[in-house]
Design a binder for this molecule. Sequence first.
Ligand SMILES: O=C(O)CCC(=O)C(=O)O
Ligand SMILES: [Fe+2]
Length: 326
Amino acid sequence: MNNAHSTLPVHYSSELLLQEQPKAIAKALPSSPIAANVVMPSQLGSKTVKPEVPPAKIPLRTASKLALQDLRDLCEGKILALYIPGFYSAETAQQLSQQLIHHAQFERYFRAPDIGVQRTGMTFFETNGSNEMLLRYYDEALPGTQALRAACAPLLSPIDRLRLELGDIWLDGVSIENAHGRPMLAGIGRVFENGFELPPHQDILARDLRDATLAPLDNHQPLKRQLSTNVYLQPADEGGELEVWDLSPSFQEQQAIRDEEFAYEGIVDRATLPEPAFVLSPQPGDLILFDSGCIHAVRASQGRARVSMSLFLGYRGANRPLTYWN
Ligand SMILES: O=C(O)CCC(=O)C(=O)O
Ligand SMILES: [Fe+2]
């Protein structure tokens, strides 16, 4: 562990955002009823200190379906996460998890080989500094998107369902992210191995692009926000809770609290973090969308594999297309 810095820098900043955001360790109360499988900080036994500034952000909003205003609030940073229990049928989710385990090909992330989390297609994050990996990523991207759809067939892939539902509500369109003039991967399946956590990290396209060997297209514009979206298919027997912090350190700040135990330099030392803004135990068929520029983690799971499907979304403004990739 890296003990050189024991606290996280207090200001909220991220190269993902065009403007500095107010400091926002979540002390806000949720605006909607909390599902039984969600733990808010007030229940974690931590002392509640009266905030000096008005509460900045709602940690988690629960909704019965994907709706435009909730998505806008998430994109504009008014809420940290949007939770839609039962987005996909629980029974079909369980069936699909078995189908994926048997018919899809999983391997660990090349850039995080010491973490027991496996994905289907190779993701953009893994191209890190290698021209060969970047070419391979683009060669495999479209076949990877199609292979995941085929592995779900005849069921509708939850990723495709999400893309369709986003397209139904987002008037400026929902399209594939285009960093280099070639289709990116759109959708992955994930399995979490017995006993492994996905340690605290951020997912930020700008950092992955900075690490890539090819400059982005001239007209490629930075994101105002990046969302991680996950549809959960099968929980582990124990553990596997999603934790999200309302903290988005800059690259330099993150490096100062890096956990050197892990090969991937983007892992944050847990010991430096306060209580998360929320902890969620996802159930089969649930969808969550959260700000992936904020630190998040998946607690170690035990027993059978935790299975999910995931997609990133990019937001550039209210009247701009939403984009997606992995
Ligand atoms: O599986 C999860 O709950 C979240 C995984 C994650 O880190 C992500 O989707 O960005
Ligand atoms: Fe992540």
